[in-house]
Design a protein around this ligand. Structure first.
Ligand code: NAD
Length: 290
């Protein structure tokens, strides 16, 4: 039997609707939730992410402050823009789109964002707060994955979750969230140093593919009935497509023939990231004083 597809598009619409209501309530109190989106350079994938974030904000009645900077922007210039946004009371969240041009130290920039406006949860203080379960924002993609698991009543408590990928934005924070007592999963993280990836993936009750490798999780790498969450968003060349490429995940869609639940790409985890980001912005606006 084929897997149940986990519809991130529909769950994200529900979340965005509730964000819209919260934003309207705040507007009545004179607060318009606002996210500043900083993009340096011309990376086409980044540009398309940023555009879809801005569109989603507008649709929810929120403001977006678009800051577009040229590829040759100096680090000091960007840091001074961040400093201005930090002290601007009308801005409730700051998002710096990664990757930044090579001459800019990304870590330095992420660390310059005020933690109370760090809706992406990239600042070391935000990451520390997340690990220690102190107040702060939850990272958007990992939070979106958990929201999807909950929506489909997937048993997380006691489950063995195997994550392929240890990045700071997906693998590490997701593992940290899932081992919280409220979720109670047992987590294995695999990475480029893992000797026998298949051995681990075959143990997974829930397998999370976040390695940035197009369709590399194959059906023979999963246990029958496993839940497969595909975080990957990859562009692969495809002459049949008008754009010359197609978007695919890190798992081969054929895993759906063996899995119990599966997130399609597109339409699975991707839309959840934006919804959770919007939730963080409205949350930040709610915490602010007009
Ligand atoms: P990354 O490139 O920063 O990290 C990839 C990780 O995978 C690394 O830690 C590496 O050790 C590990 N890895 C690489 N090859 C591996 C292998 N063969 N076996 C096991 N581990 C391996 O990637 P990222 O930023 O975490 O993104 C991962 C994927 O998720 C990408 O496709 C990215 O586009 C996508 N992504 C999607 C969203 C979303 O909103 N859905 C958000 C962020 C990232």
């Amino acid at each position: 039997m084929a897997a149940i597809l986990m519809d991130g598009k529909s769950l994200s619409s529900k979340i965005r609707e509730s964000v819209k209501i919260r934003a309207a309530e705040l507007k009545e109190k004179g607060i318009v939730p606002c996210l500043a989106v900083v993009l340096a350079g011309e990376d086409p994938a980044s540009l398309s992410y940023v555009k879809s974030k801005e569109k989603a904000l507008t649709q929810a009645g929120m403001d977006s402050r678009d800051i577009r900077l040229p590829e040759n922007t100096r680090e000091e210039e960007l840091l001074s823009i961040i400093a201005e946004l930090n002290s601007d009371r009308k801005v409730h969240g700051i998002l710096v789109q990664s990757p930044l041009p090579a001459q800019i130290d990304e870590e330095k920039v992420f660390s310059a964002v005020a933690p109370e406006k760090d809706v992406d949860c990239f600042h070391p203080v935000s990451v520390g707060s997340m690990v220690l379960q102190k107040p702060g924002f939850l990272p958007c993609t990992p939070h979106g994955v958990i929201a999807l698991l909950r929506e489909y009543n997937i048993q997380i408590n006691g489950a063995h979750v195997v994550i392929a990928g240890r990045s700071n934005i997906v693998g590490k924070p997701l593992a940290n969230l899932l081992i919280r007592k409220e979720f109670n999963a047992t987590v294995t993280i695999c990475h480029t140093g893992t000797k026998d990836l298949n051995f681990h993936t075959l143990q997974a009750d829930i397998l999370i593919a976040a390695a940035g490798k197009p369709e590399f999780i194959k059906p023979d790498m999963i246990k029958k009935g496993a839940v497969v969450i595909d975080v990957g968003i990859n562009r692969v060349k495809d002459a049949q497509e008008k754009k010359g490429y197609r978007v695919c995940g890190d798992a081969d869609p054929l895993v759906a023939q063996k899995a119990s639940f599966y997130t399609p790409v597109p339409g699975g985890v991707g839309p959840m990231t934006i919804a959770m980001l919007m939730q963080n912005v409205v949350e930040s606006a709610q915490r602010s004083k007009p």
